[in-house]
Design a protein around this ligand. Structure first.
Ligand code: DCP
Ligand code: MG
Length: 610
């Protein structure tokens, strides 16, 4: 197993990671008009907000204090304009951010999905499906949120403060400087807290994932835990983790609780400075009452973003972490790719030759070593052997889902790495141990083998595969849905559909990984028949568990620990009285009886009695 910690969720990234931020901005660049649009809208809103407050000052200074209504009309009209502009601005930025967010999510998902198709099986071996799913769903969402609401919050904070500061400077620059002197202190405090809180939350999250893992293992493995009477020891370990968790989140919440009151305290200090210094200036006649009131309002406006800073920063960090993971997926290079100058030979007909092939999934764990085998064009070779012997690995190599680590595989005398992947994989038909269907109708699933096929060709393939019988008995026939992944069908039925799909694609090479789980004898006979159609025209590799299949093969390969133990026809191998003979007598006698009784109508008599 690969080290399981490398894909562990890290919830917070470093906001100041310039490279990631630049790449995120790269996502936005094509939509710069949208961004410019909503930044403009936000700026206008911020200015209007401060201007609105300024009108309040005018009402006090020009209407209420002098008891004069002459300016009232003009002020009211200005109010109306502000409110109208405000509504327009809010509409614009909500609309544009929504649109931008959706576009970016859409593009990212497309890109990720497309990229995933290029990655080789080896990647999917070592990457949990859940991890990939999170990249496609929650992470793209968070990135979209970062470039929309995150960008918005930041812009809004800056423009809000600038607008408020400007209006304060216009009203009275000396008092404005007093207020602005307090701001850096507030921002420093907010930043310090942010760092501490994030640190604690990060810690508690990490512990949380350990706890979840422990819980998971203990619940799924409860039988073993009980059998080995490990309850007490596990409980002790568990308590240590929960204690750590408690302490970390306790500190985080304590800090979070402390933050707001502290900001308010400092703000109160700023407020009293305004009242004190403002009062002095007012007494000197250098400041109006309306101005003092406006200053208090501006201070409150400037405080909003600061109080919000911790929240915005936390979500920024999460989004940056999301982006890092998503980019790491986008940056993953496919392990297998077409070589320069790779070509399509037009057919895969010809002998298939394994020449001294070495193969391993993981370093230091060889699966095949010095494996040599030539399969003739049109031949059917049955591969048998104990579990883990390397049977599936051999067909994986034929499909070029993986490539040999040493030696070569030649098709018609040419090293197959000189061909394109597409050329190889499009000419191989396969039925897997656990057949894979896609949600849709039976018709669509069969047509997957050859997208250009007509309905009639699909029915013909269904008939050849022996799937016709059960399909016709379904209410909607070939138009019946199979459910997600084919859940509405039995394994045997899924194999029949996969067979029909393989038949339709007219492959040069056919691969069948027989299901070990027993299907009923009738279905088995049908599968057998369907395979016949393919075996006649294709070079066939069949990983066989059923006697009926093995006996039909031209040659049988007995595999053990990645080595060829025996190779020959059924008769030859039985005569040798070696490995195959023992395997056959031990494992297949019972099955043989069943098969003979049920269908094979004893034309040659039991093989053992040859
Ligand atoms: N293996 C691995 N990584 C994979 C698949 C397999 O490390 N992604 C290892 C497990 C076995 C060896 O490779 O030790 C051979 O595996 P095969 O799948 O080729 O084995 P079989 O197909 O013969 O086994 P079964 O009959 O169980 O399908
Ligand atoms: Mg296998």
């Amino acid at each position: 197993m690969p080290d399981p910690t490398w894909f562990e969720e890290e919830e917070f990234g470093d906001v100041l990671d310039g490279r990631t931020l630049r790449r995120i901005l790269g996502l936005v660049r094509p939509h710069w008009r949208h961004v410019a649009g909503f930044i403009l809208a936000i700026t206008i809103i911020s200015i209007l907000e401060s201007w609105f407050t300024f009108q309040g000052k005018r009402i006090v200074d020009e209407v209420i204090v002098p008891q004069d209504t002459s300016a009232l009309r003009e002020i009211l009209i200005t109010y109306l304009i502000i409110v109208f502009g405000f509504a327009l601005g809010v509409f614009t930025f909500i609309y544009l951010t929504g649109l931008l967010g959706q576009r970016i999510q859409y593009e990212l998902r497309q890109r990720l999905f497309h990229h995933l198709q290029t990655l080789s099986l080896a990647y999917f071996d070592r990457t949990p499906v859940g991890w990939i799913m999170s990249r496609l769903t929650s992470d793209t969402e968070r990135i979209a949120e970062l470039v929309t609401w995150g960008l918005l919050d930041t812009t809004w904070a800056v423009t809000n403060m600038l607008a408020a500061a400007s209006f304060m400077m216009i009203i009275n620059w000396r008092l404005a400087l007093v207020v602005l002197a307090v701001m850096p202190v507030l921002i420093a405090v907010a930043l310090w807290f942010r760092q501490k809180i994030v640190l604690q939350f990060r810690l508690s999250r990490r512990i949380n994932s350990i706890i979840t893992g422990a819980l998971n293992e203990n619940i799924t493995g409860v039988r073993v835990v009980k059998a080995l009477t490990r309850e007490r020891a596990n409980l002790r370990e568990f308590r240590v983790h929960t204690d750590d968790m408690y302490r970390a989140s306790y500190r985080a919440h304590w800090l979070a609780a402390l933050f707001l009151p502290l900001v308010q305290l400092i703000s109160a200090l700023a407020l009293s400075l305004i009242v004190l210094r403002g009062g002095q200036l007012a007494l000197e006649g250098a400041l109006t009452i309306g101005s003092i009131q406006a200053f208090i309002s501006y201070l409150i406006i400037m405080l909003w973003p600061i109080q919000d800073l911790a929240r915005v920063f936390a979500s920024l960090q999460q989004a940056v972490a999301s982006a890092e993971r998503t980019f790491s997926l986008i940056d993953t290079q496919p392990d297998l790719a077409d070589r320069p100058g790779a070509y399509d030979p037009g057919t895969l007909k010809g002998d298939i030759e394994f020449d001294d092939v070495d193969f391993q999934y993981e370093p230091e764990k060889p699966v095949l070593q010095g494996f040599s085998l030539t399969v003739r064009q049109g031949e059917t070779i049955a591969i048998v052997g104990p579990t883990g012997a390397g049977k599936t690995s051999i067909v994986n190599l034929v499909c070029r889902f993986y490539e040999p680590g040493g030696g070569a595989i030649r098709i018609n005398g040419v090293d197959y790495t000189r061909f394109t992947m597409q050329a190889i994989q499009s000419r191989i038909g396969m039925v897997l141990q656990t057949p894979q269907l896609f949600s849709g109708t039976i018709l669509e699933n069969i047509r997957y083998g050859s997208l250009g096929a007509s309905d009639d060709e699909v029915y013909e393939a269904g008939r050849l595969a022996g799937a016709d019988d059960f399909v016709q008995r379904l209410e909607k026939g070939y138009e019946s849905g199979v459910g997600e992944g084919g859940v509405l069908l039995s394994t045997g039925q899924k194999q029949l559909i996969s067979l029909a799909r393989a038949i339709l694609s007219q492959p040069d090479i056919f691969i069948m990984d027989e299901a070990t789980s027993s299907v009923d004898t009738l279905t088995e006979a049908l599968i057998q028949q369907g395979m016949e159609a393919l075996m006649k025209r294709s070079t066939t590799f069949v990983i066989a568990h059923r006697l009926s299949t093995i006996r039909r093969a031209d040659r049988i390969l007995v595999l053990q620990d990645g080595r060829i133990e025996e190779l020959g026809t059924h008769r030859e191998l039985l005569r040798r009285r070696g490995h195959y003979y023992r395997l056959y007598t031990r494992q297949f006698r019972e099955q043989a009886d069943r098969v003979w009784d049920s269908w094979n109508g004893a034309t040659t008599g039991p093989a053992l009695a040859e």
